[in-house]
Design a binder for this molecule. Sequence first.
Ligand code: C2E
Ligand code: MG
Ligand code: MG
Length: 703
Amino acid sequence: MNAPIASLYFVSAGMLLMGSFHAALMARSSDHVKAAWLFSAICLAFSLFQVSNAAQYTAGDLPAAVDAHKWVNLFLLLIVALIWYLVAAFDDAWYAPVMSHGIAVLIGVVIACNFAAPFGFRFSSVHPDIAVVLPWGERIAVLSGEPSAVSRVVRVVSLALMVYALLFSVRVHRLGERFASALIWGSVGLMFLTTGAASLSDAGTLKVPYLGGFGFLFLAASFSIMVRTNFSNRKLEQVRISSALVQEVERHEIAKQRFQHALNNDPLTGLPNRSGALDRLHILVDLNGLNRTVLAVFLLDVDRLGIINGTRGHQVGDQVLVEVSERLRHNVTDSDLVARLNNGGFLVAAGNLVGEGGVAVLYDRLAAALEAPFLVAGSELRITASAGVAVFPDDGGAAEDVLAAAELALHDAKRSGPGSLGVYRPSLKGNIQERIDFENALKAALIKRQFFLCYQPQVRASDGRTVCMEALIRWEHPTHGLVLPDRFIQLAESMGLIAAIGSWVIESACEQLARWHAMGYDGLRVAVNLSAQQLLVSNLEETVAQAIRRFGLAAANVELEITESVLMQDPESSIARLGALKSLGVRLSIDDFGTGYSSLSYLKVLPVHAFKLDRSFVRDIGKGGKDLEICATAIGLARNLGLDIVAEGVETEAQARQLRALGCHLLQGYFFARPLAVAAANEFLGGPFKSLETGAIPLEFVG
Ligand code: C2E
Ligand code: MG
Ligand code: MG
């Protein structure tokens, strides 16, 4: 090739064009969008500048060289304007854009002059000799001549701009913005280069081709490398961000699953909870619907779980629940459902059963599973569970309906006492509103003062003297009339109302006793019944002590009755609780004695003062069965243990005489008095004693 310099100009023009394209591409994702676009425009202008230079240097004569030179000038002026805009793009000062626009206008004017003047804006005249021979023999057309006035003005302005740009570059450099400062330093250097070289060449001092474009090529290349590094760093950052995002999403997914699991499962037993159970129940209902099989839904509620929690601690209660869940699980198949719906409430849904027989067999299996004693915290504990059962499809066509039916059945079972099974029947549905009303009325009864106490005397067998009055609660229901405790005490327990009702009973009974003492019945005692759950109330001792103190009573005149079956559910903790009550100085008695299967070993250590022989033994005492012997044995046992014995339910004189003959200390029953309202009780106390004739009782039974 005989024109290497011209070829180099074309090659550099191509590379600058590429650079322009590259910068334009980068501009879209750059942090410096405006600067990148400007850089792209500068590359393009430089590319065209190089092409016009090549055209000038390869021109055959002066007019062709001048024509090309005007284009060289045009692109040079554009480059100056663009570089200026580029510098201003990084300057936040208010005057930077103003200056840029001013310079653009000035350059516009110079461009017009450039094309209007015969030799372009730089020369007022040019030397005719344009040929320059380069060392390797190549001839190029380099113009030189007399600089024009415009050219001088442009030079002065460019000098001023360069000084400003230099000062600004120092500022940017100090701010430490690597990318921006490199660009600006490059641009400023370039401006120096182009202006200096152009001045020398124009004056004819230097007969060299204009090499500013090559210098810019270097700048464009370094810019590209910079952009690429910046880009790959961004890419790395993007990869880091997206992997962090993936991790976050995974973490979120795990958290969601955990949350879902926590929403649908009971943390203690690991069984599905109510919402989890309902989901599974839907599936079971659908499945049994398709197979035309029977699905039994049992709701089991561990009776008196509150007592276990209250007396043995929640940890023991929890162990019992875990054990219950395991026993239930072991007694159904894997495709059946066992769930824990609430505190002591479990659900067992078993499908593929054949008719009622299958349901009954399953219930027997579940009941038997819970019957075996529970070994917790080193001692044996027995529990019972009330159960309600409903079946799909007979009692409900949807999961919710069967569940609601089973709930009604359970509710019904609970009314029959602990350990009962309730089977759903449509009539239960009709009673439910009535029951809800009853429960609501019970809630309000205490505030509405609808409770009152009746008192039933306990008389001394030896002389018929009344020694104690047992307080028996009554509820004057606004529509049902008088309601007896058997109908609402258990309900009050399950509704959590018993503590408040119990405290009211203790207070009222103590107040009444104080009145009787004031009336002159010194030494008279009052007996108050405690329910199973009352034994759990942590401030029971305080309530009793406070009532005694408030009404100025001797503690020994207050007696607390606790049903034997309640005590025997968890004898060890009952003994501890009774011990605490006994330390107040009050008397304690075991109510309904003979019905709770007390073992002798416990009876010996129970800190009580009296047994109250259940009226079921007293009732048939004279009928020739074994009851007389049972009574005799119980009375003998009490006497041997040094305890008082009270016979409940004495209805006839014969019973009273027989019991007295057996050695019973105290007698209580309709024969002496029914539970009496206060006025009637006062009358009874003021009336004559009921003395019994002695004799006619076989002596061999005397204990
Ligand atoms: P209890 O403590 O064994 O009370 C004796 C029950 O037998 C009373 O029934 C009484 O009216 C009844 N009774 C008394 N003598 C005779 C008799 O000669 N023949 C017959 N057939 N029955 C007789 P009531 O008042 O209905 O109380 C039932 C149970 O309710 C009580 O049994 C007691 O466990 C409980 N209760 C009563 N009042 C309260 C109370 O204030 N708080 C608590 N927690 N329970 C109470
Ligand atoms: Mg009683
Ligand atoms: Mg009783």
